[in-house]
Write a protein that binds this ligand. Structure first.
Ligand code: GTP
Length: 304
């Protein structure tokens, strides 16, 4: 249709939506996503990092995730869980911090601000509910919050009447890397857990093997079963490589590397889902998987 548009690279990635209760996160998300609001998790109560929604435009896809531990005081949640929540902020592409223009720096807000210390992920500060405050007051708020963190942008919006939402979308998408469309446009429900688990395992692979194993690694979750009675999430995953030599590295001496990958991934997944995780990992060679459309579809990478 439009030539210049089709030449532009598609962007995709994860955005963490954070902010104390009642600042308008849900309203904002609904306003950004509009009719396509897609609450992805069928069992929100069992998943800690739930996907709240997916914004798909012609040029980009933003997957918004929730990080519940971020808003909780340390004593209620325990150090480990807070750290798990904060580590999510390091893993996403962009953080959207929402505050309320009328009450922008309560004690609860500061709790959230504290979690940003030292964070390298770009943070967009969204000052919501600007329809409720006069402009001079808004300028004061911006001045005050400017010093809280080196925000990438400060964007005053009103989720309620739509003020500045297009600007916010544009700035948000600009922070995302080029990438595939992870979810079909009309996806309403799925098990995003599959995708998240695969990404966690893949991250451990890349981290532990450094340059020895290139990015051609793919993780496929073959089986995902929640054993309600025992509160265990059972995961059977296969790490695909393109060469035998990579497979050998991934398995390591007497399986030591694979064991380490599994242990680290399991610990993080347990923190993420708040349940025990039984993780079974296999390594298989699948030559040239990247050129097999069937494989790509299986992993949800549909052509944009
Ligand atoms: N005036 C005004 N009200 C808003 C705006 N955005 C949200 N609200 C109101 O603020 C209240 C809280 O909004 P929510 O979207 O539920 O807030 P939340 O941050 O998702 O809250 P939790 O789910 O508790 O974390 C609701 O009554 C909204 O109608 C806005 O831009 N302007």
């Amino acid at each position: 249709m439009n030539e210049t548009r089709s030449e532009q690279a598609f962007r995709s990635g994860f955005a963490a939506l954070i902010g104390r209760p009642n600042v308008g996160k849900s309203t904002l998300l609904n306003a950004l996503i509009g009719q396509k609001v897609a609450i992805m998790s069928s069992r929100p109560q069992t998943t800690r990092n739930r996907i709240r929604g997916v914004l798909t435009t012609e040029a980009a896809q933003v997957i918004f995730i929730d990080t519940p531990g971020i808003h909780e005081p340390r004593h209620r949640l325990g150090k480990y869980m807070v750290e798990a929540a904060v580590s999510t902020l390091r893993e996403v592409d962009v953080v959207l911090l929402v505050v309320d223009a009328e009450r922008p720096a309560t004690r609860e807000d500061h709790l959230v601000f504290e979690r940003l210390a030292g964070l390298r992920t770009p943070v967009l500060l969204v000052i919501n509910k600007v329809d409720l405050v006069p402009k001079p007051q808004l300028l004061e708020v911006i001045d005050r919050l400017r010093t809280v963190h080196p925000f990438r942008h400060i964007i005053p919006v009103s989720a309620k009447d739509g003020t500045q939402l297009d600007t916010l979308k544009r700035l948000l998408v600009a922070e995302l890397p080029e990438g595939p469309k992870y979810y079909p446009d009309d996806m309403v429900t799925d098990h995003p857990e599959r995708f998240i688990i695969a990404e966690y395992i893949r991250e451990k692979v890349l981290h532990l093997t450094r340059e020895e194993v290139p990015h051609s690694v793919m993780v496929d979750i073959e089986q995902l079963e929640r054993r309600e009675d025992s509160n265990v999430l059972y995961v059977h995953a296969v790490i695909y490589t393109e060469r035998e030599s990579q497979k050998a590295i991934l398995i390591g001496k007497r399986g030591a590397m694979l064991k380490q990958i599994g242990q680290l991934a399991r610990q993080e997944l347990e923190a993420l889902f708040g349940t025990r995780v039984y993780l079974e990992l296999w390594v298989k060679v699948k030559k040239d998987w990247r050129n097999q459309p069937g494989m790509l579809h299986r992993w949800g990478f549909d052509e944009p």
